[in-house]
Design a protein. Sequence first.
Length: 555
Amino acid sequence: DGTANIYESTCLYPICSPLVLGCTDVAACNYDAEADTDDGSCTFAAEALDCDGNCVMDSDGDGICDEFEVAGCSDMMACNYDELATDNDGSCDYFSADFFDWSENMYIGFPVDSSACPMGTELYNDAFYTLLENGMGYSWDVNEADLNELIDVLGTELGTLFYNELDQANLVFCGDMLNVYNSPAFGSYSVMWNGTSFDIPSLGIYVVPESTASIGCSDVEACNFDACGIGDLALCEYAEEAYDCDGNCVNDADADGVCDEFEVAGCTDVMACNYDEAATDDDGSCGYAEAGYDCDGNCLNDSDGDGVCDEFEVDGCTDVTACNYNEDATDDDGSCEFAEEAYDCEGNCLNDADGDGICDEFEIAGCTDEEAENYDATATDDDGSCYYCDFEIIVAISDDVNNENTGSIDVTISGGSGEYEFAWTGPDAYTSSEQNIDGLAAGVYLLVITDTNGCTAELEVPVGDIVDGIQEFDGAFSILAYPNPVENILWVESSEFIGLTQIRLYDAMGRLLIDQQVTGGNERVAISVAGFAAGSYHLVASSNNRRAVERIQIR
């Protein structure tokens, strides 16, 4: 609407406080003690008046301030009456009593000369009243016709004297401050003195220079009242309602130049939303827009058009899904921080069915048992797929007798999973896929067992060669061979070496390299392996119709 709206504020982060607008001049009539910023609304009492329109100084209590008193003669009956005077200073000059003759109830006194009363000069009342009685009126221009009429009415001597007085002074009759009505008969004159009508038996007459005589307004209430004019009410001019003749208000309590009768109560502050351009008297009804808004409740400044005024924008994260979401923020500043996928803002899993601290979204199914053959180091959730290559193998051996290929190996296996596959290799390029083999020559046979899961077990089984007369072995016993691996001397110990003990060493191909016999009772046997190639060997000890087998590593 073209009205400027200005919002000022003082900000002390993080809180902004609006200024309090008002009049801050203690000398003003509308001084506001709570205002901290002057808005130009101060009003002051008129000169010499207080804020209620009363005089600050009025010594005589006449309602006119001492500063505006005008000293002079304020008595309208005095010859030197001053209509501007408000304070009578005792200078009034009146007709002397010597000029009045109350015999015959006639007012016959006139000023002797113009110095006694500047408005008049001495004339004869007899001539005046005679003229009135003869219908000659009371104001006329002096000319030859008037002289003859005066002589006819007054007689030669008085008429000539009266004429000469008028002619020589160039005067006309004028009633100063008197308005004469109804003057056809002697002794019955109605006069208006200072606004009041009186019936008096005589009439005092002043005369004024002809040049000042005029046809004018004879109403003393009029602004253009002419005391020396010939009365014509049609010429009167009056002050407008509520004003004096100078255009000033008769009543103006707040001295604002608008008369009390025409004051319009309302809001006079152009900054207010309910400003009334027709109002002249502020009634305290002004209403203002809130800080930052116009009178329609719209932001004065809203650069991003989000309905939040720039002054009230709060920077921060506005995404409710962010970890640092700020419910007070109105303007997103790009600071939002979000939880990692599948986690909450505290780093906890959103979904963790098994409560293992690994979010369901990131669980990896697999075998989690480190002892299992298919252990998966990346697996977090055991899916029951673990399998173990924990074969338990029992071997029954029958040696070759007299080199007739009568040896045999029977294998009993447990553990692993599913079906087993057997792969035998032995001396002279021997191979077989059977679990149990027979018709074997003496030597070391290598068995590789593979189950459904691919688990394998390797086993080297030595088949001895015996001659007639030696019994078959009844079972196995334990030996201790050390150090293992070995470089030079291999020590073999057993508490079960009884009687004749035979110790043999085979290479990986089943070839017999050492065949040594010791007598029982000696529980510790030294075997030299110096010079043998590094690799895997089999040590077979036979004693008391029992056998012990141990794998040896030579380096």
